[in-house]
Design a protein around this ligand. Structure first.
Ligand code: NAP
Ligand code: GLV
Ligand code: GLV
Length: 323
């Protein structure tokens, strides 16, 4: 049977599905596999089932000359040198769609939590400060009836826009490609990025991390935003300039941030961003419902097995590998 490296125990029954067709080498510890260990493990492997914490680059592929498929249990592939995989004829599987709605739920939760200062409210109660009702306690910014700016109107961005309709929000968006079908369906209006930043009451970043989107939200972008605005990052930490965000949240350039992802990630408890009351951070939980993580694990297993059998992957991040 083909040899397969699995870099973390996946939730649900994905591992059993893989074991039916392959000899599995599993990194069984509760932490990401060290890069050197992974390099040693992939020698002779036909398949790699990895996590977003693993780097798949030229060096790793050189160590894995037999590799026929890379399958990541995530939709984002910024940890994988996809162009190099394509050049080597290796299909890359990922997990779009199955996590979209759960991730959009998380984005909206972050938006509501940051804009309405719910994290500070929880701390207030926990710290024993709640002695009476106050007319001006922890006043935030309304989410309903406001203008939402979505950067990256892809699967997750569109699902966020769908939720915004229920809150009576006006949606403007910026994306690499204008999507007129989505505009008609969601009532979203296209804006150049500087205009979106200036006009939006709240901004959600939902692009992939690429060379173009790295630090897209920098000091200049933050300066364009409203002083009452909330920034939500559901994409990858690298799309936001962390130092610029710390400065903007400290000085009141923007009101609040809700972050699922950070740069660095993980971010230490002693990092200045973590200490800010107007920054609400969760540890990359975008897709973290029981059902969605199991669906991601299963789709990643389906991708892996298809790749081992030489069949087209159900969800392939580099379809040009077949053309
Ligand atoms: P998607 O459907 O590919 O959507 C990404 C959107 O961003 C596309 O519309 C894309 O435009 C647009 N885009 C790309 N480059 C851009 C740029 N330079 N400026 C503006 N827009 C740009 O992917 P998705 O499924 O929605 O996921 C998006 C990303 O979110 C993933 O890559 C991942 O990093 C992140 N994510 C995070 C979590 C989490 O747990 N926090 C969960 C899911 C996803 P085109 O249509 O032209 O490609
Ligand atoms: C999560 O961040 C993913 O890309 O699936
Ligand atoms: C608030 O609880 C109110 O009754 O206005």
């Amino acid at each position: 049977m083909a040899r397969v490296v699995v870099t973390r125990r996946p939730p649900g029954s994905a591992l059993e599905a893989i074991e039916r067709v392959a000899d599995v080498w599993l990194w069984g510890e509760d932490r990401p596999i060290p890069a050197e260990t992974l390099h040693e493990a992939v020698a002779g492997a036909a398949g790699l089932y990895c996590m977003l914490t693993d780097t798949v680059d030229d060096g790793l592929l050189d160590a894995a000359p037999e590799l026929r498929v890379v399958s990541t249990m995530a939709v984002g592939v910024d940890n994988i040198d996809v162009a190099t995989c394509t050049a080597r004829g290796i299909p890359v599987g990922h997990t779009p769609d199955v996590l979209t709605e759960t991730t959009a739920d998380t984005a909206f939760a972050l938006l509501l939590t940051a804009a309405r200062r719910l994290g500070e409210g929880r701390d207030y109660v926990r710290d024993g400060h709640w002695r009476r009702w106050e007319p001006d306690l922890l006043l935030g910014t309304d989410v309903h009836s406001s203008t939402l700016g979505i950067i990256g109107l892809g699967r997750v961005g569109r699902a966020v826009a769908g939720r915004a309709a229920g809150f009576g929000m006006r949606v403007v968006y910026n994306s690499r490609t204008r999507d007129e079908a989505a505009e008609a369906e969601l009532g979203a209006t296209y804006r150049e990025l500087p205009d979106l930043l200036a006009e939006s009451d709240h901004v959600v970043v939902a692009t992939p991390l690429t060379a173009e989107t790295a630090r897209l939200i920098d000091a200049e972008a933050l300066d364009r935003m409203k002083a009452t605005a909330t920034l939500v990052n559901i994409s990858r930490g690298g799309t936001v300039d962390t130092d610029a965000l710390v400065a903007a949240l400290r000085s009141g350039t923007i009101a609040a941030a809700g972050l699922d992802v950070t740069d660095p990630e993980p971010i230490g408890a002693d990092h200045p961003l973590v200490g800010l009351d107007n920054c609400f951070i969760i540890p990359h939980l975008g897709s973290s419902s029981e059902r969605t993580r199991a669906a991601m694990a299963d789709l990643a297993a389906d991708n892996l097995v298809a790749g081992l059998l030489g069949r087209p992957l159900p969800a392939c991040a580099n379809p040009s590998v077949y053309g």
